[in-house]
Design a protein around this ligand. Structure first.
Ligand code: GDP
Length: 498
């Protein structure tokens, strides 16, 4: 049997609020048959649509329903690129923003082609030309603006231009000529994994080649599962699935890791053996039950992470790795899929200052009681960016203070009057800032520090004063071992906490 074209798998990326979720929602509702949506009770992280092309035929496209490049990067870090093409969403109101560039970086390192969707063209302030210019300023050269990157103006809200975008996605990937062989045994990638109270271990996979059938034994890194039934993206049971379909399987020996590649074993024994061998080889990814990150700085904030899915934990770990400074960083002491429970609170109580962060999970009663009693810091979020912002703020708040010297004024020595032991009486002019009584000073001669001293007294127009401002002449008594001379400069400084 010959290879046949494989439908493209598409990742939608871009800056927050530029319309990724709205676009994904629009495509899903406009391109899947009415009524099918009703059946979905659980979140599934990818879906398929059928798009009618010019010749009247319908072509399949798979969308990864996980906007945000963190999860995408995580999968890529495991050495696989689940998406064949990316859509970079850029708002026609705002143009290129920092996360647009982050997304672009992730796309480039995945080595996949991308298209630009210039979104929100229905809005009164939308400016497609200006957006193209803004793209060019950031070296994203679209057609007509110095390059050959396809850009499609769209409105994710009204749907205008979305069919063109789907056409262009198909055109872009047709050229790549991805094919698959249905007679092969299935192979693909895990895009999401979580534990569910009712159904146990769940994983969403994208089949990249071959056919996955009921009765197969699937192996995925350290985890394996008998394929008892396959659910499609609508939650409907299907006997088999081929490329590029997203499917959900339950009943894993343990949760597979996001980004892991799955294959099919001949039988149950082989599946178990492969999973064990993988575990023993130590080639598996992070041990998510007790990941201990090496802090990059001396102080650290211990953190427990709980989330509804393994993919979310991976995305949070990826975020946390970026949040640190030279004085403090986070140290992950425990991670797990599921609600925040008493056991998590107890882990946090073991070390003072430990925080618990949750994503799409609740804090159960026992954990909440311990939080109240022991003043634990426990927070759960529904949006990754908010969680990351919270961690950034907390890091700043907990950064150990350091005493630093702040330069607050410079006085030029004009006259040397007298000296008695270490006390010198001099006259000078404040050239910059302010000079205050009791301030420590550096004595500078031709830009070199030759010693240090202390201002004992200040006089302005023969009257004692506590401070003299810029441009003013004054007399002062300096306490210093070094004898100053006209032309020297006194730089006053104070120690401040930073
Ligand atoms: P995301 O953070 O990139 O997923 O952005 P969202 O899809 O959540 O969109 C952010 C906001 O922009 C929401 O209030 C959307 O309703 C709005 N929005 C997204 N696309 C469009 C569009 O094409 N036109 C208009 N008028 N609003 C849009």
């Amino acid at each position: 049997m010959a290879s046949i074209p494989r439908p493209p798998v598409v990742a939608v990326m871009g800056h927050i609020d530029h319309g990724k979720s709205t676009l994904l929602d629009y495509i899903r509702t406009a391109n899947t048959a009415a009524g099918e949506e009703g059946g979905i009770t659980q979140r599934i992280s990818a879906y398929e649509v059928l798009h009618k092309v010019a010749d009247g035929s319908e072509k399949k496209i798979t969308f990864l329903d996980t906007p945000g490049h963190e999860a995408f990067s995580k999968i890529r870090m495991r050495g696989a690129s689940v998406a064949d093409v990316a859509v970079l969403v850029v708002s026609a109101e705002d143009g290129v923003k920092p996360q647009t560039l982050d997304a672009l970086k992730a796309i480039k390192s995945a080595g996949i082609p991308f298209l630009v969707a210039i979104n929100k063209i229905d809005k009164p302030n939308a400016n497609v030309l200006k957006t193209k210019q803004s793209l060019a300023e950031h070296e994203i050269y679209v057609e007509g603006y110095g390059g050959d990157i396809t850009s499609v103006p769209i409105s994710a809200k009204t749907g205008e231009g979305v069919p063109d975008l789907l056409d262009m996605i198909l055109l872009t990937t047709d050229v790549l000529g991805h094919t698959g062989l249905v007679t092969n045994s299935a192979e693909g990638i895990v895009i999401e994994a979580h534990t569910d109270k009712k159904t146990g271990t769940n994983a969403t996979l994208i089949v990249k080649d071959g056919t996955l059938k009921c009765g197969d034994f699937i192996v995925c890194g350290k985890a394996w599962a008998p394929v008892r039934y396959i659910e499609d993206f609508r939650g409907k049971k299907i006997p088999s699935a081929t490329f590029s379909s997203p499917v959900r399987l339950t009943g894993w020996s343990e949760l597979p890791d996001v980004g892991d590649i799955f294959t099919i074993a001949k039988n149950k024994n082989e599946a178990m053996e492969k999973a064990t061998a993988y575990k023993e080889s130590g080639s598996h990814g992070a041990n998510t039950q007790a990941v201990i990150t090496t802090p990059t700085s001396e102080a650290h904030i211990p953190v427990v992470i709980k989330a509804d899915a393994q993919g979310a934990i991976d995305a949070i770990l990826h975020e946390i790795a970026k949040i640190n400074n030279d004085r403090i960083s986070y140290k992950i002491v425990h991670t797990g899929v599921g609600d925040i429970r008493e056991t998590d609170a107890k882990i946090a109580m073991a070390k003072e200052g430990t925080i618990i962060v949750g994503f799409s999970v609740t804090i159960d009663k026992q954990a909440d009681a311990l939080r109240e009693r022991h003043g634990l810091e426990i927070k759960s979020f529904g949006i990754i960016y908010e969680l990351a912002d919270y961690l950034k703020e907390l890091l700043i708040a907990r950064t150990p203070k350091k005493m630093v010297e702040e330069h607050c004024g410079t006085l030029k020595v004009l006259k040397f009057f007298s000296k008695m032991k270490d006390k010198q009486v001099i006259g000078g002019r404040v050239e910059m800032g302010i000079i205050e009584v009791d301030a420590p000073v550096k004595i500078m001669r031709r830009d070199n520090e030759i010693g240090r001293g202390h201002i004992r007294e200040l006089q302005s127009q023969k009257i004692k004063t506590s401070a003299v401002n810029e441009g003013t002449e004054c007399g002062l008594m300096l306490d210093a071992k070094i004898e100053v001379a006209p032309g020297d400069k006194l730089e006053s400084c104070r120690m401040i906490e930073k």
